[in-house]
Design a protein around this ligand. Structure first.
Ligand code: NAP
Length: 476
């Protein structure tokens, strides 16, 4: 791609242009991340990221050592033929697995570039494989290939192609760490003996195996956190590739990707009150069956849509707390209709958004934005919690764990310590869900047995639709 050596000689106008486009692209990537952090500026963030990427591609294509344009054009069309249908056809709820698939392609690309450069240089320019270059090349290749298989496994689990339950066996962590240690050992050895090309395939196979083994023991429900971690691996490997290819923009973009993915994983773990080790080695999904198996004999109160509509129309303040069930039911447009019906009556309607509601960060924000619900009606957990004690009705739509008071009160609960939206402090609570089934954490929710709680059993889209109909026929 970029020949650092040629840069030291006379600098051509093309090369200057490339450096300018790289600089602009780096600035746009940084701005893009900043803008993506708020719903009001997110669109701008996406556009600036896209413009940055186009500039980066133009700058790279103008490099003097890029000659075989017909191959680039061919791969461009193949990539577009795969990428466009994925982007257009994948439903919103499948975004986590779509992201996993993209990371797997990125990991594979990095691994292949590392492999190609290794064999090219050992055959033609062994002098280029200095300790530093060989070190980052081995690092890049291991990380690239493990991201490839790890992300493919994550995709398979989320898409239901592979069993999503954690697959565990005795001595698993030992096996995994041994595989990784041998791969790293080969990388270190190649550092001293770069021309031992017969060892490189073993490094590749071990990295591919480690990626697979790493994901097998993790339950499907933990995949979003894992995907964000794999995102950070993909970024790190791209950054290492930047050192190998002497491409500064790749180093910057990879570092941004690596660090933002890592920070996101930390935020998700904190919001679930889980540690990294618990996500990676805890086999969380395995708890589900034992806890769900306990029979529940206590009584609950349930209501029909008409009754729910009456309670809502008599309220002055309503806080809606959406969760995974709203996403599954695709109920966001009906929720918008409900919002319109209530605000038209002068009722104060706010949305309480938990940071890990749904199955990916920002899941609820994206869906509510799709239904054009005003951003200023969306409140983060900390802000809405101070309002809930003065709220007439908390309406929970397909959320479960993120409203479970056990997180505050039950030290033995797996979610103890997780910050929740404190709907139980509102005067009346109504919960729309299809049954008494548990949510992601597989545990009972005390909220459903409280005197102030009314269970509204049904599919979120259908039930909210019925409430809207009842409100509309109330004579307005
Ligand atoms: P949840 O605890 O998984 O509960 C969702 C509830 O929605 C279920 O109890 C289910 O009950 C109901 N539901 C499913 N389909 C429905 C439908 N069609 N209509 C109505 N209700 C439906 O969801 P949450 O409260 O949003 O919490 C998210 C959980 O995911 C947390 O435990 C979080 O730690 C975890 N998590 C989140 C992320 C993230 O990034 N957001 C990442 C990893 C893990 P029924 O079956 O009875 O209907």
């Amino acid at each position: 791609m970029h020949g650092g050596a040629e840069m030291l000689g006379g600098v051509t106008p093309q090369q200057v242009f490339t450096q300018i486009t790289y600089l602009a692209a780096a600035a746009l990537f940084i701005l893009s991340l900043k803008w993506l952090s708020a719903p009001t500026t997110a669109r701008r963030g996406v556009i600036s990221g896209e413009v940055g990427m186009v500039l980066a591609i133009i700058g790279t294509l103008l490099l003097p050592n890029i000659k075989a344009f017909h191959w680039i054009l061919l791969t461009f069309f193949i990539g577009a033929a795969v990428g466009i249908p994925i982007a257009v056809l994948m439903p919103m709820t499948a975004v986590p697995q779509r992201t996993a698939l993209s990371h797997s392609f990125g990991g594979l690309a990095v691994g292949l570039v590392g492999t190609a450069k290794y064999y090219l240089w050992t055959a033609e320019e062994p002098g280029r494989l200095t300790h530093f270059v060989m070190g980052v090349l081995a690092f890049e290749t291991i990380l690239g290939y493990l991201t490839f298989t790890g992300s493919l496994m994550a995709f398979g689990k989320l898409q239901g192609l592979l069993p999503s339950r954690p697959i565990v066996y005795r001595g698993q962590n030992f096996v995994n760490l041994t595989v990784l240690a041998v791969a790293v050992g080969i990388g270190v050895y190649l550092n001293f003996e770069p021309t031992r090309t017969s060892l490189f395939p073993a490094l590749i196979v071990l990295a591919l195996a480690f990626g697979t083994l790493l994901i097998i023991p993790i339950g499907g429900a933990d995949m979003p956190t894992v995907i964000s971690l794999l995102n950070s691996y993909a970024g790190l490997s791209a950054s290492a590739m930047g050192f190998v290819l002497e491409n500064k923009l790749l180093i910057i973009a990879g570092a941004l990707d690596g660090s933002s993915g890592f920070i996101l994983s930390i935020i998700m773990c904190r919001a679930m009150n889980r540690s990294f080790t618990n996500v990676l080695f805890g086999a969380f999904g395995a708890v589900e069956k034992t806890v769900q198996g306990q029979e529940e004999k206590r009584t609950i109160r349930s209501a029909q849509p008409e009754e729910a509509a009456e309670i809502l129309s008599a309220a002055q303040s309503v806080v809606i707390v959406p969760g995974y069930g709203m996403a599954v039911a695709q109920a966001q447009h009906k929720v918008r209709e409900l919002y319109d019906q209530l605000t038209r009556r002068g009722i104060d309607v706010k949305f309480g958004i938990h940071p890990v509601a749904g199955r990916m960060p920002g899941h609820m924000n994206v869906l509510l934005a799709e239904a054009d619900i005003p951003y200023d009606s969306l409140f983060e957990m900390e802000d809405i919690n101070s309002e809930l004690p003065h709220t007439d009705v908390a309406l929970v739509i397909g959320a479960n764990d993120v409203t479970n008071p056990a997180a505050r009160t039950d030290k033995s609960s797996p979610i103890y310590g997780m910050p929740i939206i404190e709907v139980d402090k509102a005067r009346t609570v109504m919960v729309i869900k299809r049954s008494m089934s548990a949510g992601f954490a597989g545990i009972e929710n005390e909220l459903y047995y409280m005197d102030k709680t009314l269970m509204l059993f049904g599919d979120a889209k259908a039930f909210v639709g019925e409430i809207v109909k009842a409100l509309a026929s109330e004579g307005r």
